[in-house]
Design a protein around this ligand. Structure first.
Ligand code: IPE
Ligand code: IPE
Ligand code: MG
Length: 239
């Protein structure tokens, strides 16, 4: 029997930041940091079930990250392909259901095929729902959702008068996921950089100084333990 805490966050989202600085501090190229960062993902994924986390959403590549050098971008894309290849079986066998959010249109076709395959091969799993945000931007997501919603209106299948926040949420990439309870950003930066803008309206935030490649399962457990002591009010006055 697992001793799963029930006052901890059910859905944790992480902005995995600081790979580049971690590498540069050791005089190594930025990609070295991305590889070290990728290794941390497995450790955090494995820690989730015992910590009561049912949904983990991680920011792997933003719609703004294309502004980096071609060498870094293509290195990251190769890393994503390798990561899927090396982790797929283990994720499936551990009961992890993998989903990807973000716009696939700009991604390499081979990578997209691997993403589709991983989603399909883990579709029956329910131990942990791992969502990877790849070429993801919150504003881009809302714009794409609005485009799909507008098409439904234009086709006469949706009454514009009936569009509310819940309607729009149904068109987001995250439509099947609950909103995150806690968003963690590593590396000391206190900004959200276009991550889950809509979904994190009432999320708690935790900004930690540790660089992502140094963020261990123990760090993760400590951040989650702090969450249980927070009072979430959702705009109401609690009595
Ligand atoms: C986060 O680390 C990973 C990605 C954005 C892909 P960074 O690459 O942003 O690392 P820093 O912020 O430059 O240290
Ligand atoms: C956010 O980190 C994106 C990911 C972690 C994938 P960035 O390093 O790209 O964000 P900024 O540029 O510091 O805002
Ligand atoms: Mg960064």
């Amino acid at each position: 029997m697992k001793d799963v805490p029930n006052d901890g966050p059910r859905h944790v989202a992480i902005i995995m930041d600081g790979n580049g600085r971690w590498a540069q501090r050791q005089g190594k190229p930025r990609l070295y940091g991305h590889h070290a960062g990728a290794r941390r993902v497995r450790e955090i994924v494995e820690a989730c079930p015992d910590l009561g986390v049912k949904y983990l959403t991680i920011f792997a590549f933003s719609t703004e990250n294309w502004k980096r050098t071609q060498a870094e971008v293509s290195g990251l894309m190769t890393l994503f392909r390798r990561y899927i290849q090396s982790e797929a079986r283990e994720l499936r066998d551990k009961g992890v259901r993998v989903r990807f959010i973000g716009d696939r249109i700009r991604l390499d076709r081979k990578l997209v095929r691997m993403m589709d395959e991983l989603e399909t091969m883990t579709a029956g799993n329910d131990e942990l729902h791992l969502t990877v945000a790849l070429n993801y931007g919150g504003r881009d997501e809302v714009a794409r959702a609005t485009q799909r919603l507008a098409r439904e209106v234009a086709a006469g299948r949706l009454d514009p008068e009936k569009v509310d926040a819940e309607t729009l949420a149904r068109f987001l990439d995250t439509c099947v996921l609950p909103d995150p309870d806690l968003v963690i950003r590593t590396s000391g930066e206190a900004r959200i950089s276009n991550f889950l803008l809509w979904q994190s309206a009432y999320s708690e935030y935790e900004f930690v100084d540790t660089l992502w490649p140094d963020f261990s399962a123990e760090h993760f457990a400590r951040v989650l333990a702090g969450f249980g002591r927070r009072e979430r009010r959702y705009g109401a006055v609690l009595t």
